[in-house]
Design a protein around this ligand. Structure first.
Ligand code: ZN
Length: 331
């Protein structure tokens, strides 16, 4: 395959299983389960992936999760995501999976996690991207469901799960999750949080200080606070930035903060967040950064390298990815 149309990056660190399911598969799964999306064509469904507000986007995520809510659906979504990432040149990805959402609709959370695990394993066997799981809970549901996700992790013995994160409404105070994140670390999982996307710079500070996160999903509002930018640099925390996502959800209007984050020396990675729901892929994100936001070729190479260095992959996987990235940058 020619690498010309691929992103330089061989790794992607911020995407959600629910937001990755292809419209074609979503229609099929919805039809099998008698859900309204089953009556649409994939093209009609894709037209629904436009959002008047962030809340409107969250409702669409919920609808997509409902379509996925079977062990077969989760397995299929994971298998197909592994294949589509590989087709886009991604060799390694960290994918958020939220078993507690499926548990609310009657699935067993540990079994849901294992279904996604089986799908990723099948994808890898079929030359797909290697996918690690970031366990995910819903911030505005509070601490109890977050503990339930960790219970499911312990019950399942799923070794593919290597981190734990939170997404959802950023007005929910993060401080209530301190105990959850102490448990996260005691279980050997790497801590990560969605913050500073629609919320404040202060939320990013709390995520680092109170929860000890190693990366922040989005984190773009940090740009409003020079002291915080210095702290992010000192702590060696990376921001997993998603350009198209920020515009489609309305989190950013006007100029994107990425230029100022790079100028401030922040370690940034680029990702798609929800490639299906935002109709994008990693190559498109890198093109946007270059053509629209003035990110230079050498900065893009650093961003691609950051996705390896700040990943939660093993030293062995990182070495393999570095070699692959070096080949691609030369090619
Ligand atoms: Zn996200």
């Amino acid at each position: 395959m020619s690498t010309a149309r691929l992103a330089p990056s061989v790794a992607e660190l911020h995407l959600h299983l629910e937001g990755s399911l292809r419209a074609e598969s979503a229609v099929e799964l919805a039809a099998a389960r008698g859900l309204p999306w089953g009556e649409l064509t994939p093209r009609q469904l894709r037209r629904k992936f436009r959002y008047a507000s962030f809340l409107n986007f969250l409702y669409t995520v919920r609808d997509m999760a409902q379509v996925l809510c079977s062990y077969e659906g989760l397995e299929r979504a994971a298998r197909e995501l592994s294949a589509s990432l590989s087709a886009n040149g991604v060799r390694y990805a960290e994918v958020y999976v939220s078993p507690v959402i499926y548990a609310r609709w009657g699935l067993d959370a540990a079994e849901a996690l294992l279904a996604a695990d089986r799908g990723f394993a099948a994808g890898e066997l079929d030359a797909g991207a290697s996918c690690a799981i970031l366990l995910d809970s819903v911030r505005h549901w509070g601490a109890a469901p977050a503990h339930a996700v960790l219970d499911a992790f312990e019950q399942s013995g799923c070794t593919r799960a290597i981190g734990f994160g939170l997404g959802g409404d950023e007005t929910t105070p993060l401080a209530q999750f301190e105990e959850v994140f102490a448990r996260v670390r005691s279980l050997g999982l790497r801590p990560i949080v969605h913050a500073g996307e629609t919320g404040s710079a202060e939320d990013v500070r709390i995520a680092m200080r109170a929860l000890g996160v190693e990366r922040v999903a989005h984190g773009i509002r940090a740009v409003d606070d020079p002291g915080l930018l210095a702290e992010i640099r000192e702590r060696g925390v990376a921001l997993d930035v998603c350009l198209t996502s920020n515009y489609r959800t309305g989190a950013v209007r006007g100029e994107h903060p990425i230029r100022r984050l790079l100028d401030a020396g922040i370690a940034v990675t680029l990702s798609t967040d929800d490639p299906s729901l935002f109709r994008t892929d990693l190559a498109r994100e890198f093109r946007l950064a270059r053509r629209v936001f003035g990110v230079s070729g050498s900065e893009l190479a650093t961003i691609a390298s950051n996705a390896i260095e700040y990943s939660f992959a093993t030293a062995e996987t990182k070495a393999t990815l570095r070699a692959e990235l070096a080949r691609r940058l030369v090619g």
